[in-house]
Write a protein that binds this ligand. Sequence first.
Ligand SMILES: [Zn+2]
Length: 76
Amino acid sequence: MKGLFKRKKVITKVKICPNCGIELPLHVKNCFSCHTKVGKIDQYGRGKKPFDWIAYTICIFSWLVFIIYFWWAFLR
Ligand SMILES: [Zn+2]
């Protein structure tokens, strides 16, 4: 009876795009349909979105430039 409570490993041969939900082969890094980056899959076979450092850096940098410009233009 021991075996009854053993958890079965879910083996998935596809991963699901986190953005549009399309099924993709495991080795694919970008979605065919929406071109979102698809990372490793979670236990549900859903691809994780890799953390986009470049986009965050650009966003923070552009805010910094804006704040510095604002200070330079109006608050000096
Ligand atoms: Zn997609």
